[in-house]
Write a protein that binds this ligand. Structure first.
Ligand SMILES: [Zn+2]
Length: 146
């Protein structure tokens, strides 16, 4: 006749003891490994996130400077065609036919607004500044003029 659990209570207690040891070791390993993994992930994030932000800012500046160059070119064409001199104010409507897709198609990827500014001065982005400021490569100097 085979033994049942009720007939051998000591056997069940032995099984409980032997199954608790791997669980405790697993908890101890988790207590050591988990903080290490969190630290490694945090370190990688601390390295990668500023680099990604810098790449994004550089890309936005490049796109913005291309837009500003198109506006500057259109201003120069308008000045030559109409005989404008330095200081002459230019309206967006005057530049509309001189820019492919119209001046409204030029949007700053950083959310800035373009100021055309008079002939003889560079167009400006409220976020990125002017063409010469952006070309200098110094983000602090590329701030909009007050
Ligand atoms: Zn911009």
């Amino acid at each position: 006749m085979p033994l049942t659990r009720e007939e051998a209570p000591g056997q069940a207690a032995t099984e409980k003891k032997s199954s608790a040891l791997p669980w405790i070791i697993g908890c101890l390993v988790a207590l050591v490994v988990l903080p290490v993994m969190i630290g490694i992930i945090g370190l990688l994030a601390a390295i990668a996130i500023p680099a990604f932000v810098q790449y994004r800012d550089d890309t936005q500046s490049t796109l913005c400077i291309n837009n500003l160059r198109q506006i500057q070119h259109a201003k120069e064409v308008a000045a030559v065609r109409n005989g404008y001199t330095n200081g002459t104010r230019i309206t967006p409507e005057l530049l509309e036919p001189l820019i492919d897709g119209g001046i409204k198609s030029l949007e700053c990827p950083g959310g800035g607004v373009y100021r055309i500014r008079p002939i003889g001065t560079e167009p400006e982005c409220t976020v990125h500044g002017t063409i010469s400021g952006l070309q200098a490569g110094d983000a602090d100097r590329a701030r909009p003029a007050p």
